[in-house]
Design a protein around this ligand. Structure first.
Ligand code: FAD
Ligand code: NAD
Length: 459
């Protein structure tokens, strides 16, 4: 696309960082003919995170929940340039982003991109709260390689344990799978793991499968805090029934290669583990931290501060931030929020284009009455950019044994559902939410395959 439109007005450059929920929702709804659109992300695909906890145990195949960026940009009305690169640094003063290619070696590159508008949608990284040993020894569950890593560790431990005698304490340790964090990620993964052991592994290794222990540690007095009390209580009872060793009020204090130290009611305990999955929430990425350090208005350590139009405080005229990289009271780090923010920004950019065209016209006319007319039109358009309003539709979580919980909000009414029917509701909702028809078909086939043939037990 050219640098100018047919009437001679300049085409502004919009740089979008990230290919997650927020950025892809923006890209799918954006009129890409209006801007020079550049997408920068180290990940050349979109990942449907709600089904990620199902992947390490093979309920869902990883390929079924990803969609290549290229297949999304192919369908946009105007050209989109994509760099498989990481944003290292943003300079709000010169309006540049420094990027570094994912590829290393002779094809590696580093360059500065100029932008008129920048959308930061880089998500977050797992937090460890500085607890020693977590980075070195635990697995996270955030990205595709994390799910692969967890799967490899589980399968390898099972095979290694099978070679040891049943009385060997090392066998017990290898078969102890510990999940830290009773938020939805930790609960859904622990539930999937228990399902795999009870429904599939028990057929191939009946004795060994009985020795597998799944432990879930949560620092607070209950799990799944964002759900209504009746639902988290239901979930806690079910996890206990499923023989998940649920330890509430249990804070993990340190981690080493073979055991974690927990603190419960001032009592320290050492708990040996074979596989440790860490799911205690989010922390800002390095690029977000460095941007925060550049702007005086950015005085929170929890994320990029934005206003109610998703403009970055301190750089309101040119930088927007969406999704998990931001902090705004009442907006939680969920796919639902990021998705709606992306949609909202697509509308904002449509209006912004018209405003920019009017600014250009104002600069290029001499007649003062014409300038006044254009200015009034511009002011009207500016006033039409309403603030972002989040519509919460509810939360869903899988809790194992083909049961789920749902805390739904429809208009002013709230509905709380739990059990087997809710599991079918959970499944249908996620099918509807899948990004593309291709993802929908693949996910449905995975569920069908598992119900008929069981899960695959190879690495
Ligand atoms: P992300 O989707 O994380 O995307 C960030 C993007 O930025 C990625 O493409 C990444 O590669 C890219 N990036 C990273 N660093 C850079 C950089 N330096 N430069 C450029 N690009 C960069 N939410 C729900 O509402 N419902 C659910 O059921 C649900 N389930 C979840 C299950 C799991 C296991 C996890 C981990 C999260 C789940 N969430 C769920 C939360 C949801 O995934 C996040 O809130 C959502 O992904 C946030 O979207 P985002 O666009 O801000 O970030
Ligand atoms: P979270 O922040 O929701 O939960 C983390 C949990 O870890 C908290 O309950 C916290 O008390 C606990 N914790 C922290 N430090 C601990 C320690 N040292 N020892 C023991 N427990 C500790 O994190 P998450 O589950 O990764 O979710 C992140 C975001 O993604 C949330 O906003 C969540 O809503 C969203 N998400 C939603 C779904 C869903 O809707 N089904 C699924 C996954 C994630």
């Amino acid at each position: 696309q050219g640098a100018v439109f047919s009437d001679g007005s300049p085409r502004k450059t919009l740089v979008i960082l990230g290919t997650g929920w927020g950025s892809i929702s923006l890209l799918k709804n954006l009129d890409t003919t209006l801007y020079n659109v550049i997408v920068v992300s180290p990940r050349n695909y979109f990942l449907f995170t709600p089904l990620l906890p199902s992947t390490p145990v093979g309920t869902i195949e990883l390929k079924s929940i990803v969609e290549p960026v290229r297949s999304i940009t192919r369908r946009t009305p105007g050209e989109v340039v994509y760099y498989e690169a990481e944003a290292l640094d943003v300079d709000p003063r010169t309006k540049t982003v420094k990027i570094k290619s994912v590829e290393s070696g002779e094809h590696a590159y580093e360059m500065d991109l100029n932008y008129d508008y920048l959308v930061v949608g880089v998500g977050a990284q797992p937090t460890t709260f500085g607890i020693p040993g977590v980075f070195e020894h635990a697995s996270f569950l955030k990205e595709i390689p994390d799910a692969q890593d967890i799967r490899t560790k589980i399968m390898n431990n099972i095979e290694r344990a099978a070679t040891l005698s049943p009385n060997d304490p090392e066998r017990k340790r290898l078969l102890s799978f510990v999940v830290v964090g009773g938020g939805p990620t930790g609960v859904e993964f622990a539930a999937e793991l228990r399902d795999y052991v009870d429904q599939d592994l028990s057929k191939w290794m009946p004795e060994l499968s009985k020795e597998i222990k799944v432990v879930l540690c949560e620092a607070l007095p209950n799990i799944l805090n964002m759900f209504d009390k009746s639902l988290w209580k239901y979930a806690q009872d079910l996890l206990k029934e499923e023989k998940i060793d649920l330890r509430i009020n249990t804070m993990v204090k340190s981690v080493d290669a073979t055991q974690i130290t927990t603190k419960c009611n001032d009592k320290l305990e050492e708990l040996p583990y074979g596989v440790l999955v860490w799911a205690t929430g989010n922390a800002p990425r390095d690029v977000s931290n460095s941007l925060m350090n550049k702007l005086e208005e950015q005085n929170s350590r929890r994320g990029l501060l934005i206003n109610n139009k998703l403009q970055l405080l301190g750089a309101e005229d040119s930088i927007f931030a969406i999704g998990d990289c931001t902090f705004y009271p009442g907006l939680f780090p969920t796919a639902q929020v990021a998705h709606q923010e992306g949609e909202y920004l697509a509308h904002v950019f449509k209006k912004q284009h018209k405003i920019d065209q009017l600014s250009w016209q104002i600069q290029n006319v001499r007649d003062s009455s014409e300038i006044a007319r254009l200015q009034t039109k511009k002011d009207k358009l500016n006033a039409q950019i309403k603030q972002f309003e989040y519509q919460h539709q509810g939360a869903l979580a899988y809790i194992g044994s083909e049961k789920a919980i749902a805390d739904l909000a429809i208009g002013e009414s709230k509905y709380r559902l739990a059990g087997s029917w809710t599991f079918w509701f959970w499944k249908s909702s996620y099918l509807v939410m899948c990004l593309t028809f291709r993802n929908r078909v693949l996910v449905a086939l995975d569920w069908l395959k598992v119900s008929v043939l069981g899960r695959d037990s190879s690495v």
